[in-house]
Design a protein around this ligand. Sequence first.
Ligand code: AMP
Ligand code: ZN
Ligand code: FE
Ligand code: FE
Length: 291
Amino acid sequence: MPHEFDLHTHTVHSDGTTQPEDNVLMAKELGLAGLALTDHDTVSGWAQMRDACTRHGLVFIPGIELSTERDGRSVHLLGYWVSSDDGPLMAECDRLRNERVRRAEQICARLAELGMPIDIERVRAIAGDAPVGRPHLASAMIEAGHVEDIQDAFDHYLADDGPAYVPKYAVDPVRGLELLRAAGGAVVLAHPGVSEDGGGSVTPALLDELAAAGLAGVEVDHPAHEPDVAARWRALARNHGLVVTGASDFHGERKDLRLGDRTTPAEVLEQLQAAADNEMYGKVSVSPAAR
Ligand code: AMP
Ligand code: ZN
Ligand code: FE
Ligand code: FE
């Protein structure tokens, strides 16, 4: 697989289970030219992955997966080559993280009412440096013996319509897009055809809005997109003249997705980088000679 890139991977810096270097080693093993780190609402893993990429001769693509929400449905935006010292974007990420701790406490209280007490400190320990999310709460529920597995926890308690669900604070997708663009990033709409939270997929109308606001691409090739769903979004992306990307959304052990399962070729990555407006990063070098 020459000159292919995995543009969406997670680590322990959000809700993945691997270290940045593990992802780099997996990418290298697969013969990928490079990979992006796109942890949720944080850039805290960048330095580690950049170092590992340098050591192993891969191209590092700095990214972030920003959580936004419209009409109670979560919409994820991938921002590539954003400045890690952009004040407004980092302030928004801090706010998202702090609100998540408060929300986790509220979910714990609900679970206690439901006769399933879990220790918030244990939840925070499981999350480590990562923003606290429902998958961490689910892990704590398993440890406490309340549920069999993660899916059980979501199906009966934590899903959006579940009895222990508490909504989280989030910005509107258009505002999120503007924040990422203002930080110099090229923005890609993540997995529009899957509902991570059971709320349904992104609507074509929202894609219209995002495209008008400067969206650069759509993550069409994603492991959770069935072929017909991918075909539909490929056509929508084409209609808007948007870049079409592929990526694995690797989360380590927490989700059944393999790194490198979907990839993006070098030519497409170059188109994407042309949409970024950030002098902090040089042009991505995709030629094998440069590696
Ligand atoms: P949070 O950001 O805390 O709302 O958690 C969102 C994460 O929970 C998503 O990225 C998924 O990994 C997971 N998740 C959400 N809904 C479900 C569901 N119905 N079944 C399994 N996992 C889910
Ligand atoms: Zn995730
Ligand atoms: Fe996502
Ligand atoms: Fe993701």
